[in-house]
Design a protein. Structure first.
Length: 191
């Protein structure tokens, strides 16, 4: 019988998350985030609202907003009646199954964890870095805001955790290394 010896790799291709400090900016790959997409079905508003209240303590967020706290369960608005749910991975991929069981057909739930890579961008130079990379009003973002944008050739979400100091950038896992290099290149230029 064949014995497989597989080793998990981070989205950027290494056995450990990439992290770099350049000037006043720290960029860190965050591999331990589970992600599921949730799309409300007809008649599912009350069940979805109740699910969000139980998991985050608040209603599902509206456009450009995130509900919940970073490091715990969060709902992030991604489009009309659509959200990403982000949660600590905890070594298992069951977020989508848990949500589907809670919602009981009120929403379509799809596993997204292995489709996205997430990077924390922290430090006093983060606003300047992100302003050079994307067409968002970074200075106007408040904590709990999120928006979709382009970073070079990649479609990404930018989440503001602390204005001017801490953001998360989600991009396609297939472009994770390119996204890390884009963030690093601009940070290097600002350092």
């Amino acid at each position: 019988m064949t014995e497989f010896r597989l080793a998990p790799l981070c989205a950027t291709g290494g056995p450990a998350p990439r992290s770099i400090v350049l000037g006043n900016v720290t960029i860190t790959e965050l591999p331990d985030i589970a992600i599921a997409s949730v799309a409300k079905r007809a008649g599912g508003a009350s069940a979805l609202t109740e699910c969000a209240r139980v998991l985050t303590g608040t209603d599902v967020p509206g456009p450009r907003c995130v509900a919940g706290s970073a490091g715990s369960m969060q709902f992030m608005w991604t489009g009309p009646e659509q959200w990403f749910v982000l949660a600590p991975l905890d070594g298992r991929h069951v977020l989508a199954d848990d949500l589907a069981a809670r919602l009981r057909g009120a929403a379509s739930v799809t596993e997204q964890t292995d489709g996205w890579a997430c990077f924390a961008v922290e430090g006093s130079g983060t606003a300047a870095l992100l302003e050079r990379l994307c067409a968002l009003d970074i200075a106007g973002m408040e904590a709990g805001m999120a928006d979709r944008t382009g970073v070079e050739h990649m479609s990404c979400f930018v989440i503001c955790d602390a204005p001017g100091a801490c953001y998360r950038v989600l991009g396609a896992r297939s472009s994770a290394l390119s996204l890390f290099e884009a963030l690093s290149c601009v940070a290097r230029g600002l350092a």
